[in-house]
Design a protein around this ligand. Structure first.
Ligand code: GAP
Length: 462
């Protein structure tokens, strides 16, 4: 729950505005007034999400021999979600206001404004007239097939509310094809959909979002230890993408607040400008899901341990992260404003996104000092072309170099290379074929030989 004392709405407003101005995140369907709870990622935002997903996949799948990947369908058979308990139970309590017709989540009215009197919470204004709370199922329902009658119950399918269920239902196939032994995991990155009653805090609570989930199957006696180990691994991941440990908090979710299937859940929380909020859950889900699918499908989902000759349903530890929430945390963490002096010695505010280089949307910018100098432009274009297959780079020749640096600072480009007169050998042979490298954070400059640029960047982006 957001702690009001630790919120900074002004900072959040600046972040939201920069996200739009510099092409990170736009409101979906903005042209038509917006689709609430849905967001489009612009040229910078899409790179951040891609870098995050690639790094998550690298750490959890590529670099491990005990986790394999899956890409399940979004449209989900109703039987799967009936077995998992989502059809009957994936709901939030909802209340309506009879006066203003607004809808609210009954269990989370903190920070929610009455539409008629924003200084008050719903129910606290003189005209508020709230209904009793009733359960609202958060799943998006659809019908499958051209011939489906609108009310044909067999044609009903759902957009998945979590990626986890296709992992459970494909457990047996993956086990057979990958020939893994316990403990092993199945990882998946993909979209999930929840018809949230009150989407809020920018992308934090959306109706369409991406999850990065692992179901790590194990013997029951190992599950609690593995839950703790996964928590540590996941905390380290956040540090590796630029979120300092002191801004991360672990909530050991109390018994009465955990999902019914979980025997232990840790929430990893981050200090967003709108308060401390969940980034990821690391949950010990027991053998609940596989047992339910075995029961409902009538097909065996047991694991046979060749050494002990035992047959049993594996237990599972689930680190479940939100890609959009992680992207938002990374953006909030990176945002900085500092006072510097411009070329004429005047103070000015520098807005800089201090992304970790491995997550930054643009890794390097390449400039000719003067756009009218054909030699500088040719070399800058050659550097750009040589780096493009390796990473996202940006070429810019317009305006003063100081202005170009500022534009890169606002999108968080860690390094800028400038081709100048020294590069052409006009200031002596020792600096020929070198460029200026400007560091985003220190604003310090050094010179590097052009043939070394790719390797120099590679070391800093790993
Ligand atoms: N499979 C377990 C599961 O889905 P969850 O705690 O409901 O657990 C896991 O969701 C993660 O997915 C959350 O920690 C969050 O990062 C992300 N998430 C959940 N609902 C979200 C929403 N409405 N908008 C954005 N991200 C969401």
């Amino acid at each position: 729950m957001a702690d009001k004392e630790h919120t900074n709405p002004e900072r959040m407003e600046k972040i939201v505005s920069l996200c739009k101005r510099r092409g990170f995140i736009y409101q979906s369907a903005e042209l038509y007034g917006g689709l609430n709870g849905c967001w489009d990622y612009g040229p910078m935002g899409v790179e951040i999400k891609r870098n995050l997903k690639n790094y998550w996949w690298r750490k959890n799948v590529r670099e491990r021999d005990d986790i394999v990947g899956l890409d399940g369908s979004i449209l989900t058979h109703q039987a799967i979600l009936t077995a998992s308990g989502h059809v009957g139970g994936f709901s939030d309590p909802m209340i309506d206001c009879r006066t203003c017709k607004a809808r609210f989540r009954a269990d989370n009215l903190d920070g929610v404004e009455c539409p008629r009197k924003p200084s008050r919470r719903p129910g606290h204004g003189p005209e508020c007239d709230l209904t009793e709370a009733r359960e609202f199922n958060l799943m998006f329902q659809t019908t499958v097939g051209a011939s489906a009658e609108e009310d044909d119950p067999n044609a009903v399918a759902y957009l998945r509310p979590e990626t986890a269920q296709s992992i459970f239902t494909q457990f047996k196939n993956v086990l057979e094809t990958s020939r893994q032994k316990l403990p092993f995991g199945i990882a998946q990155i993909g979209k999930a959909f929840r018809n949230e009653i009150n989407p809020r805090n920018f992308t934090f609570r959306s109706r369409e979002f991406e999850q990065m989930e692992i179901e790590y199957f194990c013997r029951p006696e190992d599950a609690l230890r593995l839950t703790d180990e996964w928590l540590e691994l996941r905390l380290r991941f956040y540090e590796e993408i630029g979120i300092p440990r002191e801004k991360l908090h672990v909530l050991d979710v109390p018994d009465d607040e955990r999902a019914h299937y979980s025997k232990k859940t840790y929430d990893i929380e981050y200090d967003f400008p709108f308060g401390r909020q969940e980034l990821e859950g690391v949950a010990y889900r027991t053998d609940y899901d596989l047992s339910r699918h075995q029961e409902h499908s009538g097909k065996p989902l047991e694991y046979f341990d060749e050494e002990t000759k035992e047959k049993f349903i594996p237990h599972v530890v689930e680190p479940s992260a939100g890609c959009d929430r992680t992207a938002l945390a990374v953006i909030c963490e990176a945002f900085d404003e500092e006072e510097v002096t411009d070329a004429k010695g005047k103070p000015e505010v520098r807005t800089v996104m201090r992304f970790s280089p491995r997550i930054a949307p643009v890794k390097a910018a390449v400039f000719p000092l003067l756009k009218k100098n054909a030699g500088q432009v040719r070399i800058a274009r050659e550097i750009e072309a040589s780096l493009r297959p390796l990473m996202n780079v940006f070429y810019d020749e317009s305006g003063a170099v100081g202005r170009r640096y500022r534009r890169q600072d606002e999108i968080g480009t860690p390094f800028c290379f400038t081709v100048d007169f020294e590069t052409l050998g006009e200031k002596g042979p020792s600096l020929k074929d070198t460029v200026t490298v400007r560091d985003r954070d220190s604003m310090q400059q050094e010179r590097l030989p052009i043939p070394e640029l790719a390797a120099w960047l590679g070391e800093r982006l790993r």
